[in-house]
Design a protein around this ligand. Sequence first.
Ligand SMILES: [Zn+2]
Length: 507
Amino acid sequence: MHRRLLAPGVLAASLLLAIPASAANFGPGAPGIGDPYYPASGNGGYDVSHYDLRLKYQPRTDLLEGTATILATTEQNLSRFNLDFGLGVSEVRVNGKKAKFSKEGDQELVVTPAVPLEKGRALSVVVRYAGKPSELKVGGYTAWHRTPDGGVAAQEPDSAVWWFPSNDHPLDKATYDVSVSVPDGTQAISNGVLQSQSSKLGWTRYNWRSNKPQASYLTTLAVGRFDITTDRTADGLPVFNAYSKDLGDHAGAARASIERTAEVAEYLTEVFGPYPFNALGGYVPNVTSGYALETQTRPFYSPRQFANGANISVVVHEMAHQWYGDSVAVKGWKDIWINEGFARYSQWLWSEKEGEGTAQELADYVYGTRAADDPFWTVAPGDPGPDNQFHVAVYDRGALAVQALRNEVGDEDFFKILKGWPATFAHGNASVGDFVKYAEKVSGKPLAELFDTWLYEPSKPDAPTAAESRIARSDAGEGTREGARPVQPKSWKKIAATNTVHEHAHR
Ligand SMILES: [Zn+2]
């Protein structure tokens, strides 16, 4: 339905004559971007190119206040549009002029500009706001981690709603300047490069920049007291790691893992091609959660990931996402396999490189230890549904699909595909269907049936390739016999320990 500009009485006819024909078509932007998994995520009618966030955060009270300046282009004639945001708003300006605004539900900020907006024009939106993110609940849930010395935003599929207004969906990526002022002695960590920091009157401001397109859920903020390590990679990229001063016994294992980020990136560069961003690193705040997240250039890790010692496999997983998930992001959340299937498979490749079990042995182990009646096989990694978006099957069955592709096309084409995909879709979005087409193009083989079997059928596939390799190894006297439980690869436990990687609350 379109809201039209109406004028009463006799004025209407003459007024309409004075308005360009297109003005009759001004209507509201959609309150969602059109993702069936999360209908409220994102919005319609405009495309954001840049976010400038200038914030101040007081750890003692959890009060976050500041100004967001959003640069966008209109994609339709707009009478009004939505942003996704939950904190309290005091003023909105559109193209410099005060705009009307109202909240709808937990997370929709409806903005009505003083003058309707024509399609294809530059748009600037300034939002002044303040609030305590820990007090904001969406569907009874908060993504904000309140810590003894600050707070952290790092959650999937969304966390932006808790700290800045946005078009909150991976389809609308943008560059970011994130500037945060915190009390002296406290740090504010975000994505990309720390451009500068300065102190004044007891407050220190940190200026962060992400110069490549970044999805809103991959934009992170962590305020707290951290030990920082900095360095440069062999290629000259800045490395910035941060460890809460409050990690207790986990501190050593956390550092022994994350300090290897540059080494992991070097290996993944061999497999996936050039590292896509301007910085790298990782951070471990003193949160009580158990997961990790591929926040762009600077993954978030929970201390619990390191409860049993260093775990390099989780670093491999999150760093693999920089190519598979961050640079090439999903078109819709149903496409989660193009993130998680490959991040999990990268852990298998790392295991293979380290001599702790080949990808085929890991595939055989997953296949052999999941009985045909295991509900695991009813989850379709190619379209798992919002409730199963982060089910272990998306990871493990998803990686089986990747191994099945490798066996079908052979190593030469397989590694060509692994490297070509991030280059072809760099800094964009892609779907499962795009991957199938791309793999068919590179290999010259029809692959629809193979992917249908491994990504969509709600039952345990026959696994001729995996079975053949098991029998082959039995003949050689070193494998397991058909029907027997395969031997657990050495790397299995560390890989399985990353299965809380994306524990999250559904809304
Ligand atoms: Zn992941």
